[in-house]
Ligand binder design. Structure first.
Ligand code: AMP
Ligand code: MG
Length: 495
């Protein structure tokens, strides 16, 4: 944190920023004002022009503002703050806060929505502990490609607006190129923000945060007589849908600590995440998740565990007496399971092109998943095969397998029992089975090239992941599974 010195301000005339600071209007214990620590050589490496346009920003003006995207200058109207939060990390409570992120403020977009604009990697803050407040180019680009992929897949997510290098080296296991990611989010309010607020002696802090979050993300529920119950219920619903969407595409977040669960219902903090290659419920990619706490198949249970931590922070707002409040919380938390199951079943039916509901559908879905697990089949390519009616060029599906043929026959009979046309069911499948996901090896190759100064493979990959449901455009390279099935692929945290 640069104490005393003030970083230059840049007007960015014509950029289209419309700054607001609603989070900064909350009690001051929930954040700290912090100036970024500029690096010597700001250089813009990637600009998300598509997102800029969606936000009503002029990409040409943004392209000329490398200093802003590298955290060397603050755009006029922005007011950098680091947000305070706590969190349960791998089950253990810790005081955290933005150790390497600064919220510039909120931008009012042309659709009227308010979106956080945040720097990641712009220097130390009062919450940095022993960290350097910095980020490396590779992981920041990785966050961008995963965000674009998730967005294109139709899954709520934060997105990268720009990545700029600072000219400062960052030291991890080796020397890496320092970079700043400018991240756009519905907000950065997390379960951990509530875990922090509830520790304040003044009950007004939690109450303000509660009302602020309700107003910001669930304005349709703000007039309800029980605001805490309304918030918890709305967040439970969003998480049930979000986790079902992750499961549908085979996404493994990897570090579902309570500080990485956004109340907005967006996917946030792309650290050690990865997509399934071969299907396995116990798939884990994070190098530090030794016990599989955040394995693919455990994500719904962990989401509920995290939501239970949120409910605990809200107890005194839920009802006057503790016993009554606990009952109220339990009743809401109990809806997570059925809501998740319903969302998942809907998503899986869509993948199989089922437009009607039959009682045996869950068994049909289970049958396919079990087959995939036993045969170590590629999750994405198996569904792409069912969607497009032909084997993806890259393979990953053994079509001559008897067990698969038996399952396929049952599925075809099921399809024949619904009144809709083959065209309708095929369209549903294609819209729900991605032909393309960000394949782990392809992402790594693009990041390696970027580290060596060549951004072209990264730019190409962004274009590819932006059309996940285009089964005609997908090439062998786009659909190529990791030859080892991805089971030994490892991702690293804290980068
Ligand atoms: P994460 O695992 O990325 O969600 O981060 C967990 C906590 O560590 C958050 O409080 C981060 O702000 C903090 N943190 C991660 N990396 C750094 C870093 N390089 N410097 C300072 N704080 C960091
Ligand atoms: Mg985090």
């Amino acid at each position: 944190m640069s104490m005393g010195s003030t970083v230059s301000r840049l007007p960015m005339t014509g950029a289209g920023w419309r700054w607001e600071h609603t989070y900064a209007a909350l009690p001051a214990v929930l954040y700290s004002e912090v100036e970024p620590e500029p690096g010597p050589r700001p250089e813009l490496r990637w600009l998300n022009r598509q997102l800029a346009v969606e936000l009503g920003l002029d990409p040409e003006v943004l392209a000329g503002a490398a200093a802003v995207f590298a955290g060397s200058a603050v755009p006029t109207g922005a007011r950098p703050i680091a947000q305070a939060y706590s969190g349960h990390q791998y089950g253990h409570f810790t005081t955290l806060g933005d150790g390497r992120a600064l919220l510039l403020g909120e931008h009012r977009g042309p659709d009227g929505s308010l979106r956080d604009v945040q720097w990641k990697g712009a220097g130390r803050t009062p919450y940095s502990r022993r960290g350097d407040g910095r980020a490396a180019l590779g992981p920041m680009l990785r966050e961008c490609v995963l965000g674009e992929a998730m967005h294109a897949l139709g899954i709520p997510t934060t997105r990268g607006l720009a990545v700029a290098t600072t000219g400062l080296p960052v030291w991890r296991e080796t020397e890496l190129t320092g970079a700043v990611l400018t991240r756009i989010a519905a907000s950065h309010i997390r379960v951990g923000t509530f875990e922090q607020a509830v520790r304040e002696a003044d009950p007004g802090v939690l109450r303000s945060l509660l009302l602020h979050t309700l107003e910001r993300h669930f304005p349709e529920r703000r007039g309800e007589p029980e605001p805490a119950a309304a918030l918890l219920d709305a967040v439970v619903e969003k998480q049930a849908r979000l986790i079902a969407a992750w499961m549908r595409v085979g996404f493994v977040h990897g570090v579902m600590n309570t500080d990485n669960l956004a109340l907005s219902g967006e996917t946030i903090d792309y650290g050690p995440c990865a997509f399934l290659e071969v299907y396995h419920p116990e798939a884990v990619f994070s190098s530090i998740d030794h016990h599989g706490r955040y394995a693919y198949g455990r994500q719904p249970a962990i989401a509920l565990w995290n939501l239970t931590r949120l409910a605990e922070t809200l107890l005194r707002e839920l009802a006057p007496g503790e016993a009554q409040a606990v009952e109220r919380a339990k009743a809401i938390l109990e809806t997570f399971g059925p809501r998740f199951e319903a969302a998942l079943l809907k998503g899986m039916r869509a993948k199989l092109g089922l437009l009607t509901a039959e009682g045996d559908d869950p068994a049909l879905i289970e049958g396919l998943l079990n087959w995939m697990r036993e045969r170590r089949a590629d999750y994405t390519n198996t569904f792409a095969f069912l969607a497009a009616g032909r084997i993806p060029a890259a393979g990953g599906v053994p079509p001559e397998d008897d067990a698969f043929r038996a399952w396929e026959a049952a599925w075809k009979q099921r399809l024949a029992r619904q009144p809709q046309s083959e065209a309708e069911t095929a369209a549903l499948r294609r819209a729900n089975c991605p032909a393309v996901i960000p394949r782990n090896q392809r992402v790594e190759a693009a990041l390696a090239a970027a580290a060596a100064g060549d951004l072209r493979p990264f730019e190409t990959l962004i274009e590819v992941v932006r059309r996940p449901y285009d089964h005609e455009a997908a090439t062998i390279e786009d659909q190529q599974p990791d030859p080892r099935g991805g089971a030994d692929y490892r991702t690293f945290c804290g980068t």
